[in-house]
Write a protein that binds this ligand. Structure first.
Ligand code: NZQ
Ligand code: ZN
Length: 394
């Protein structure tokens, strides 16, 4: 079992009335001039943005707004935010939206407190030592950024998508009202559930498989998400199951399912090249890569894949054929992805054949010109990345 540290400082306020507390919480965490950061249309259309702004005004808290964050959030928007925060003397950033808005808020938070170029952090050239406090009013359960230490930004200059992790960026508070997720389209709902399940699976497929409690928690989470997603796809206004999913997204990525185990994250790194290059939805990209990754690495810990098949995917255990059981688990996952409208290969994801040149470019970026590896269960070198992308072509 691996030694571990556990740190999850975000205050969570969950439920139908949770937004009412936004101004009190901003004050509690020292905000006097707030940047209200948001995405495209959804938070405006639902009235959430107006409501948050009104609540801040009612408490006498000054704010400025910056919208326009797109999925796979861009560095240029963060630059705009950094400039605005400096000009306006902002001391607190409130993200109203999903992972993209929260990640953009984190990037702005780093940038305001840094004299150099904020992209340096994502390139690994510098480590942040200070940032503006960030908090979230969550509208889509998926990325888990509302409690995580990471942010993922796309630099349009070269379509490079990179993540940066630092505990400083864990949001001060996260407001979660499951009702706000009723308006999510089915594709975003399914991609969100795929992402949170993958956050759990990136920690589940490990060689440190002696931390039983962590494994039990992970399996419970995966099973619950698998059931709940069908309920909300059938009935988008099913509060009970929207709530399970909203809480599941946070649990999946605040570290609880990683205690005592080493983690993998290869599927995420391989996917980031896909969303960097094709601007696809992150969760869908994960579904397109995972089955191929799983088949490529399963012999590194076959019993883990058997356990997944049996305990999560309800595959009967054929004790005479562990490899067959493991493979049937992966096939069952593919059927699940299809049932919720997710792709299981790159062709289904991008709607066309990927070219050899595109695969080579993704391998080049993912391996940082053959200088970096990814993955933990099996460490992947450039040739492994290429083999997995080839298997995932479709
Ligand atoms: O822009 P608007 O109009 O708000 O529409 C958004 C967006 O198009 C829409 N949406 C959000 N809430 C809605 C809604 N539509 C209707 N009703 C609502 N209540 O959903 C679309 C997707 O939003 P986005 O924020 O992009 O989704 P998500 O939370 O999945 O975030 C994805 C980003 O997070 C990164 C991903 O790589 C991707 O860039 N990740 C961040 C992580 C982290 N910081 O810890 C970890 C993850 O592994 C992930 O990499
Ligand atoms: Zn993810």
């Amino acid at each position: 079992m691996k030694d571990f540290k556990y740190y999850a400082p975000t205050e969570v306020v969950f439920g139908e009335e949770s937004e009412e507390q936004v101004a009190r919480l901003v004050k509690k965490y020292g905000g006097t001039k707030v940047l209200v950061h948001y995405g495209g249309q959804s938070a405006k259309r639902s009235g959430l943005l107006d409501k948050v702004c009104q609540l801040l005004s009612d408490e006498g808290i000054a704010y400025v707004c910056l919208g326009g964050v797109v999925p796979n959030p861009r560095l240029s928007k963060a630059h705009e935010g950094i400039e605005l925060c400096r000009k306006e003397g902002v001391d607190f950033i409130l993200a109203v939206g999903g992972g993209s808005v929260i990640d953009s808020a984190k990037c702005i938070g780093y940038g305001v407190c840094y004299e150099g170029e904020v992209w340096d952090f994502y390139l690994g050239k510098a480590k942040a030592t200070a940032m503006l406090p960030v908090a979230a009013v969550l509208t889509i359960p998926a990325a888990g950024s509302e409690m995580s230490e990471s942010s993922v930004i796309t630099n349009e200059d070269g379509d490079v998508k990179l993540g940066y992790s630092n505990n400083l960026s864990r949001p001060k508070f996260a407001i979660m009202n499951p009702k706000r997720t009723f308006t999510l389209p089915p594709y975003q709902t399914a991609a969100g559930v795929t992402d949170m399940m993958m956050h759990t699976m990136e920690r589940y497929f490990t060689k440190d498989d002696d931390m039983d409690l962590t494994t039990d928690l992970a399996e419970a989470l995966l099973r619950r998400m698998k059931t709940a997603v069908f309920e909300v796809l059938k009935n988008p206004e099913d509060y009970r199951h929207r709530a399970q999913i909203m809480w599941g997204g946070s649990i999946a990525h605040w570290g609880l399912t990683g205690c005592g185990v080493s983690e993998d994250w290869a599927t995420h790194q391989l996917e980031h090249e896909l969303s960097g290059m094709f601007d696809v939805t992150h969760g869908a990209g994960l579904a397109a890569v995972w089955p191929s990754w799983a088949r490529y690495v399963m012999h590194e810990n076959l019993s883990r894949f058997v356990r997944f098949a049996v305990n999560v995917m309800d595959v009967p255990n054929d004790f005479t054929d562990p490899e067959g059981t493991a493979l049937r688990g992966i096939e069952a996952m593919e059927r699940f992805y299809h049932a919720i409208g997710m792709p299981i290969n790159i062709k289904e994801l991008i709607g066309k054949d990927i070219t050899d040149e595109e695969i080579n470019e993704m391998v080049r970026k993912c391996s940082r010109d053959n200088t970096a590896t990814c993955g933990g269960l099996k460490v992947l070198h450039a040739e492994d990345m290429k083999a997995i992308y080839e298997m995932a072509r479709g």
